[in-house]
Design a protein around this ligand. Structure first.
Ligand SMILES: Nc1nc2c(ncn2[C@@H]2O[C@H](COP(=O)(O)OP(=O)(O)OP(=O)(O)O)[C@@H](O)[C@H]2O)c(=O)[nH]1
Length: 383
């Protein structure tokens, strides 16, 4: 059975007119799509805030720059705002702003209104191995100010460095921080301000999983991507599928079955294996070429009748699936369905790229014509 029909219907019927975070690729199919990235300062921002030494720079380096967790021990304290534009290497077309812990953010020389206005998500990092009373006060001050300037911001709290805590202690810490932070908001009549909490550590996959959720909330096309994944897996006998940003190993979408940490870790490990092998054996003799390109694909059969299947979807994205060996007997069907899935994803992105062009330059009849454009759902303000 093919899924071509449904997929094409879906991509069309959603009429995704919002923009998509990143131009999606390369090659013949996309040659007519102009790459017109937003000027770097107009990109939606993810702010990383928190007290000194809470782990902000480490998070950023581990997730987006492949730094090994142990190396973060030698990171120097950040003493100015560090703007990291990761859009040239990653699907995630955001600027990550790492704030130095010791700077008085509400110093009058700091134009915090401008900073918050163009912000998509504010991640507040709390060191769970330290006394967190001061951090909670700072959290309250920061989110209440930010909310007044821009109530659309997603407020995310990373209860970080939980690798040092026992399971019971983790739960208790999360409950306590959740309770106190929300009590403070209630006292300030800010009940509408919603905080999301995550237990994170750079020493396991929890930081990638948490960042995945933060980024997913900023992708307006998420429901379309999830639908496409659902159709793909149900027609191909696949158990779980993730759409990964290869560089950061953030999953930007998955099908609607629950995510268990082990499956996610397995898929992350597969990406590492593929990229590492490709770096060693996949480049040309003079070192040119790319470790990840249109040809990238891998199948790994495990000794427990599980098969892992990875294929390139776009320049930055890969589909990684987990399936049973017996389902893999119909490999032809899976390959064909993947082909349709890939095409549909490109169509979704194509509309996104078109919608980023000035409206006057769009072809008449283009679905993006006449719609207001907001990058990742976030106003494009220049700071
Ligand atoms: N155990 C543990 N240590 C961590 C984790 N994340 C960061 N650290 C350590 O925390 C220390 C401070 O990390 P930084 O990333 O420099 O903290 P920061 O918040 O950027 O600090 P400032 O730049 O001073 O604001 C480093 O020694 C890291 O190795 C974690 O998940 N677990």
């Amino acid at each position: 059975m093919s899924i071509q029909y449904e997929v094409e219907q879906l991509a069309g019927s959603y009429g995704v007119a919002d923009s998509f975070p990143k131009d999606f690729g390369y090659g013949d199919e996309e040659a007519d799509i102009e790459d017109s990235p937003a000027p770097s300062d107009s990109k939606p921002r993810i702010l990383l805030m928190g007290l000194r030494r809470s782990g902000k720079s480490s998070i950023q380096k581990v997730v987006f720059h492949k730094m090994s967790p142990n190396e973060t021990l030698f990171l120097e304290s950040t003493n100015k705002i560090y703007k990291d534009d990761i859009s040239s290497s990653s699907f995630v077309n955001f600027q990550i702003w790492d704030f130095p812990g010791q700077v008085d953010f509400f110093d009058p020389t700091f134009d915090y209104e401008m900073i918050f206005r163009g912000t998509g998500a504010l991640i507040f990092v709390i060191d769970a191995q330290d006394d967190y009373v001061e951090a909670l006060g700072r959290l309250h001050l920061t989110v209440s100010r930010a909310y007044r300037v821009n109530p659309e911001i997603n407020f995310e709290v990373f209860i970080h460095k939980v690798d040092g805590l026992s399971d019971d202690h983790k739960i208790e810490t999360q409950r306590d921080i959740h309770q106190r932070a929300n009590d403070d908001l209630a006292d300030a009549s800010l009940e509408k301000l919603h905080l999301s909490f995550y237990l994170t550590s750079i020493y396991d996959h929890s930081i990638f999983e948490a960042f995945s959720k933060v980024v997913q909330k900023l992708i307006p096309q998420l429901p379309t991507l999830e639908n496409l994944l659902n159709i793909f897996i149900s027609n191909s006998g696949i158990e779980k599928a993730f759409l990964f940003d290869v560089v950061s190993k953030i999953y930007i979408a998955t099908d609607s079955s629950p995510v268990d940490m082990q499956s996610y870790e397995l898929c992350c490990d597969m990406i590492d294996v593929v990229i590492d092998v490709s770096c060693i054996y996949g480049l040309r003799e003079d070192g040119s070429g790319s470790a990840y390109d249109k040809e990238s694909m891998a199948i790994i059969k495990l000794n427990n009748t599980t098969v892992l299947y990875l294929k390139e979807v776009t320049k930055f994205l890969a589909l990684v699936c987990i399936l049973r060996e017996e389902s893999f007997e119909r490999k032809g069907l899976i390959d064909y369905n993947f082909h349709c899935f890939r095409k549909a994803i490109h169509e979704v992105f194509e509309v996104g790229v078109l919608s980023q062009r000035p409206l006057g330059t769009l072809p008449v009849g283009s679905p993006a014509r006449g719609k207001a454009v907001a990058l990742n759902g976030t106003p494009r303000n220049t700071v």
